[in-house]
Design a protein around this ligand. Sequence first.
Ligand code: ZN
Length: 76
Amino acid sequence: MPKIIRKRKTSGVGLILELVGLILLFVFPLGTIFGIAFLIYGFNKSKKNVCSECGNKIEDKDVKICPFCKASFAKV
Ligand SMILES: [Zn+2]
């Protein structure tokens, strides 16, 4: 059954943001706040939605049909 899966990117901006966030966590108190924000942002950045059938990136996770291979995603 085709579906949208979330994959973690192995490199890129997300990873850097996560690292910066992690370091900032130890700079109390302002860094802690920014660190958490960076971590969340970086975490979201390093995830991407892909079609399980063709592996292409899906920008909108609410699409019903894959724009590349026309597979229809079943809602779980
Ligand atoms: Zn597809």
